[in-house]
Design a protein. Structure first.
Length: 433
């Protein structure tokens, strides 16, 4: 890191009769961090923090979240302002480079990305190995990982130019890969990218266009999709980003690292929640059934949770959910659609937010609560939702991966453990057991 955080007073700890003190690191904003790197060497003890609820795994200058206040900043800029005024390409540039681009820089960057949208032709045959009903995320994991077998010329992670090219390739090729996963599932031919279209319009055309007809994306839908990409671009050290960093810490190539991130994102507690949230809303069906599901969500003996509700960091309304809810209305107006599921979602939110259980536990709608409703109105099947999340999050993953590789403090990620298994014992031959 260029600027190391200031070290203030020390934190004191007494352990096994030994007194130790460690520096308290201060970021530009947010909680202080106790630098415990020497704890094991000094005391022979580890810290225990499953789920990293109290652990900062790295230094980062990319994204900041204040979960209590419901604030999300990318390089200092509030997500609401970016969603309202910026474009996904501009946000990509911002995340990768630290500053908003000047007009010429934005044009050059967008042009560069557009020159990397095609896949190696051999990769098209890769898809045919999958069943037609394969989940798009299964295809994404496989195809993105396989990129490392095709782009050997950009996998030297110690070369900043290689890192830049592979970052551009990943951002550029992800829409092509996701659109092809969709096309494969519906049995339609793959469409090649059309580079005079915007990043988002190109993706929409590759997904919903067919070779037999011209395809024009509705401007309001293009704007909404672009905004959805912005809302998902990065989110600090979440599970998939931490997975990318951990995979990358061993020196693995970026395509393999992003494939690892995609695998992690797939889970229903993370990116898979948008699919799960819409499935849940359909299952609830009508507003009169909401109370029953609220009761189930509160019941400790029932594994059911309100999907799209709650967040490890936000203990307030997720600012992305605010934008998402507004975008639902815009898309519905533009496409002149009405979906009773939106009404159910609005009422579910209202009932949950006035319920003591959700209030006390500070459970609010997260970004996934409304995103499925828009994506479904646009025409995406639920199985594509998480693939779209992966597409948009790729820029965050590569920006975080680049930041990690450039950080002199970076070492291979290797957590320790609290061992509770048997202590040493002698092997017993099978006939004596
Ligand atoms: N419905 C009902 N109760 C919930 C919910 C929910 N959606 N979320 C949390 N709780 C309860 C838990 O049961 C727990 O109660 P307890 O203290 O009585 O045991 C308490 O709230 C705290 O929950 P944890 O699971 O400990 O919180 P954690 O920070 O580990 O989990 C998570 C956060 C995984 C997002 C959780 O809220 C959840 O499962 N939500 C539903 C899935 C979801 O929407 N995920 C998307 C996250 S955003 C993203 O990845 C883009």
């Amino acid at each position: 890191m260029a600027d190391s955080p200031a070290h203030a007073v020390n934190a004191k700890l007494e352990i096994n009769g030994t007194s130790v003190s460690y520096p308290i690191m201060k970021g530009s904003t947010g909680p202080d961090v106790v630098d415990i790197r020497k704890l094991f060497a000094d005391t022979g003890a580890f810290t225990y923090d499953p789920g990293y609820k109290s652990t900062a795994s790295c230094e980062s200058a990319l994204t900041y979240i204040d979960g209590d206040e419901g604030i999300l900043l990318h390089r200092g800029y509030p997500i609401g302002q970016l969603a309202e005024h910026s474009s996904f390409m501009e946000v990509c540039y911002l995340l990768l480079n630290g500053e908003l681009p000047k007009q010429a820089e934005l044009e050059e960057f967008s042009y560069t990305i557009s020159r990397h949208t095609m896949l190696h032709e051999q990769l098209a045959t890769f898809y045919r190995g999958f069943r037609r009903d394969a989940h798009p995320m299964a295809i994404m994991c496989g195809v993105v990982g396989a990129l490392s077998a095709f782009y050997h010329d950009s996998t030297d992670i110690s070369d900043p130019e290689h890192r830049k090219i592979s970052s551009h390739r990943l951002i550029a090729k992800m829409p092509t890969i996701a659109a092809m996963a969709y096309k494969y599932s519906v049995g339609q031919p793959f469409l090649y990218p059309k580079n005079d279209l915007s990043y988002t319009a190109n993706f929409m055309r590759m997904t919903f266009g067919v070779p037999a007809e011209d395809y024009e994306v509705h401007p309001a839908v293009e704007k909404a999709m672009d905004r959805i990409f912005i809302l998902h671009a990065d989110h600090e050290q979440n599970a998939s980003t931490s997975t990318v960093r951990l995979a990358g810490s061993s020196g693995a190539n970026p395509f393999a690292c992003i494939a690892a991130g995609i695998a992690c994102l797939w889970g229903p507690a993370h990116g898979g929640a948008n699919e799960a949230a819409l499935n849940m809303l359909h299952e609830i069906g009508t507003p009169d059934r909401i109370k029953h599901y609220i009761e189930r969500a509160k019941d400790k003996n029932d594994p059911f949770r309100l999907m799209g509700f709650g967040h490890r960091v936000y203990k307030n309304y997720d600012p992305r959910a605010t934008v998402m809810q507004k975008t639902v209305r815009e898309v519905f107006d533009a496409l002149q659609v009405k979906d009773p599921v939106f009404e159910t979602a609005l009422q579910l939110e209202e009932i949950a937010l006035s319920d003591d259980y959700f209030r006390e536990k500070k459970l609010f709608p997260n970004v996934d609560f409304y995103s499925g409703i828009i994506l479904s109105a646009i025409g995406f099947p639920t199985t594509m939702f998480t693939a779209l999340f992966a597409l948009a999050r790729t820029v965050g993953w590569v920006a975080q991966w680049n930041e990690m590789i450039s950080d002199p403090a970076q070492v291979i990620g290797r957590p320790r453990q609290l061992y509770t298994g048997p202590t040493e014992r002698d092997y017993v031959p099978v006939e004596e057991r």
